[in-house]
Design a protein around this ligand. Structure first.
Ligand SMILES: [Zn+2]
Ligand SMILES: [Zn+2]
Length: 723
């Protein structure tokens, strides 16, 4: 029989190896352990063997593992996804087998939970254990996981067990998840009712169907798609909800628990190994009705998947940019199509791809136009920075400052948005103009005063801020240029001395828990002015927030990325939507811009979204770029620049297979960031018509040349980032 292994065996092979069946036999889809040389490997029986080997030399499968066989639907999904992304099938299988302990026998182990009363006085280590257990919220946790989460030794935990504060119990492995009760939920209002009815009708009809659920921030999208989840559960099928960011999960899980009476399964990188194993197993046995997770949850072995929701479907974090390059939004639609599930893409500012699919009738479109309850969209205005005459090293215009003061006096919150982490994006020498760059990348180093270091945002390398110029050696002339959130904070402290300030930037928090606590404190009114980067755009709810000031609305428009306009539009709309989300306060959003007449800025302000999408779609169509044409990026990298260029040029010379499908090849050219982590990067870009068989042509093209060992090659179908 053919067994697909989780490690690639070279380009030429299908990834399957022939093995003899073990004693007792095994069937297609079984998870098996097989010998490969001296190693034991995980694999899945993929079908009949190739039969070209000498039977006497075949080795038998060592054993069949204790897991439900992989369903044909999932095998088909992995094969199609591998073909689409030009990923070796074994690498795809690895995404679907990321369950710790697949090799383990069923058995029992010890788990820990809060037991007796917590004493008032505790050592720091003991306090960390208690806090960690509260964070796990009743999830199964082992001694090793708990000591890691609390950063303490096992003896601290054992001491707490002895003191009766925490309980140690033998638990059977992998308890099923509590049953969710899909009773009718919250009262829906206005167009929420029609949208929920349409989704429920789709679920009841069954089969694959994709819907774009478009609703402005605060319109109650979540309540609407939770009705589709409820209908799915009533039919005895499983539901998956993908979220773009782990920090949003806690708030979301609370809402699900309030709606369905129990917590669903949770799947992302912050979940313990023990819990991951439990989720994987229970999902495969149909004993987890609902999973809330990150993009990798798409590869879980669902028994009866009936619904996939991709919330904030436009979010760039759905594109996996390392390892297997895939877009979870597109893969969700593929998985839904293969297993006959409903797919709901939800967003206030959809990706242009989804907008076009809806416009062309491939997806159903449901609109939630009014805000839930009485809150309205904020009033949006531009501040023309050419007229504001700001002194050097100041970034908050007087117009914006006045608005902030008015909110502070009224006991309301203001958000100052700047999508730049750190203190200053540039450090330059005032004597010679030298800019401090990363030693390993072609990127400028960003000063982080919080860390007292310069940081490379490409590779993470850091160095101290130099006192003497590394180029001309002159002392004391190094100066920060431009604002990051930390520097903006200095200006706020100086100009609003009596305001309580909070900064939300992903790098300022050591843990997801610390970030969550900060968000909760702000929501409860614990700050007057919030300074935030992109993370504030992602769906956090701040009821007292009535003013959003965008420090530099032009920032995203400067790149040459084909999605620059789309991204700026989405980000500005999302950020502005933070203002006045609930209650009777009408929000105000002020955008500081040097080009308020720019079509994107005008579209943001006017709120004529459909007009913006239509214009943007027309431009892409004229240029023959996605979603009207297809693109693929090829990134080659290596330690020496010349061999990488030579290999890329050789590939470009042999572009016959690409030309045969009418595709154009651009490059080789240095990638926009030409060096990352000491590796030189060269890119080729392929553009083809929409219906062209792009993947097959690329596979044929690349198979012509053997890639030198020192050179890495990555194929990025439908690239999102052009770095
Ligand atoms: Zn200098
Ligand atoms: Zn670097």
């Amino acid at each position: 029989m053919g067994v697909l292994l989780t490690e690639p065996l070279g380009r030429a092979l299908s990834g399957c190896l022939d093995y003899l069946a073990p004693e007792g036999g095994c069937g297609t889809g079984d998870f098996v352990e097989v010998p490969l040389g001296p190693r034991r490997m995980l694999g899945v029986v993929w079908g009949a063997g190739e039969g070209s080997f000498d039977l006497a030399r075949l080795r038998p499968v060592t054993r069949v593992l204790d897991a439900r066989p992989m369903r044909a639907e999932l095998r088909s999904f992995l094969a199609r996804a591998a073909d689409y992304t030009l990923t070796p099938l074994p690498a795809m299988l690895r995404l679907a087998t990321r369950s710790p302990g697949l090799f383990d026998p069923p058995g029992a182990r010890k788990v820990y939970r809060l037991g007796g009363p917590v004493p008032n006085r505790l050592t720091d280590a003991r306090l960390r254990v208690i806090e960690a257990l509260r964070d796990f919220a009743g999830a199964a946790v082992t001694l090793g996981e708990l000591s890691e989460a609390a950063a303490c030794t096992a003896s601290v935990i054992k001491g707490l067990v002895k003191a009766g504060v925490i309980a140690e119990e033998a638990a059977p492995r992998d308890l099923p998840f509590p049953t969710l009760d899909p009773v009718p939920g919250a009262t829906l209002l206005g167009d929420q009712i029609a949208a929920a009815d349409a989704l429920v009708a789709n679920v009841e009809q069954g089969g694959f169907h994709a819907t774009l659920l478009k609703g402005v921030t605060g319109s109650g999208k979540t309540e609407v798609y939770l009705e589709a989840v409820a209908a799915t559960l009533r039919k005895g099928r499983q539901a998956l909800v993908l979220l773009p960011e782990i920090a949003l999960t806690a708030e979301f899980l609370k809402r699900v628990e309030a709606r369905f009476g129990a917590r669903p399964a949770e799947w992302h990188s912050g979940v313990t190994q023990t819990e991951r194993r439990r989720v994987w197993k229970m999902v495969s046995e149909g004993r987890a009705q609902m999973v809330v997770g990150a993009r990798s949850a798409l590869f879980l072995p669902f028994q009866h998947l009936g619904l996939v929701v991709v919330d904030e479907e436009h979010d760039t974090s759905y594109k996996q940019e390392e390892g297997v390059l895939y877009n979870a939004r597109d893969m969700a639609v593929l998985r839904g199509a293969i297993c006959g599930a409903q797919v709901v893409l939800a967003s206030a500012t959809p990706s242009l791809e989804s907008w076009v699919n809806a416009d062309q009738g491939k997806y159903q479109r449901l609109d939630l136009s009014s805000r839930f309850g009485t809150a309205e969209l904020p009033d949006m205005r531009a501040i023309d920075m050419r007229a504001e005459k700001l002194p050097a090293n100041r970034w908050i215009s007087d117009t914006l400052a006045q608005a902030v003061r008015a909110r502070q006096a009224a006991g309301e919150q203001s958000l100052l948005f700047l999508n730049r982490r750190g203190y200053a994006p540039m450090t330059i020498c005032r004597a010679c103009g030298h800019q401090v760059g990363c030693d390993d990348c072609d990127a400028r180093m960003v000063e982080h005063r919080f860390l007292a270091r310069l940081v490379c945002h490409q590779c993470g390398a850091t160095k101290p801020v130099p006192t003497a110029c590394p180029s001309c050696g002159v002392e004391g002339r190094m100066a920060p240029v431009g604002p990051g959130v930390e520097r903006l904070a200095e200006e706020v402290v100086e100009r609003f001395p009596d305001a309580r300030l909070a900064i939300l930037s992903s790098d300022l928090f050591g843990s997801a828990r610390a970030l969550k606590e900060q968000i909760e404190a702000i929501a409860a009114g614990g700050a007057d002015i919030i300074i935030g980067t992109q993370i504030v755009a992602k769906g956090h709810n701040f009821p007292l927030l009535t003013l959003v000031g965008v420090i530099d609305a032009d920032l995203g428009l400067q790149g040459s990325d084909l999605r620059a306009a789309e991204r700026t539009f989405q980000l500005m709309r999302q950020v502005a939507g933070r203002a006045g989300r609930s209650g009777d306060r009408r929000g105000l959003a002020l955008l500081q811009s040097h080009q308020p007449e720019h079509p994107v800025i005008r579209a943001i302000l006017s709120g004529e979204e459909e007009g913006f999408w239509r214009a943007e779609a027309a431009e892409r169509q004229a240029a023959g770029v996605p979603p009207y044409g297809r693109m693929a990026g090829i990134i080659l990298s290596g330690p020496e620049v010349q061999p990488v260029f030579d290999f890329a040029a050789e590939l470009a010379r042999r572009d016959g297979p690409l030309r045969r499908i009418g595709a154009q090849l651009f490059g080789p050219a240095p990638a926009p960031i030409a060096r990352v982590r000491g590796r030189h990067r060269v890119r080729l870009l392929i553009k083809a018509e929409k219906g062209a068989p792009l993947q097959a042509a690329i596979a044929e093209w690349l198979a012509q040349l053997k890639q030198p060992n020192a050179i890495r090659l990555a194929v990025d179908i439908d690239p999102q980032s052009f770095l």
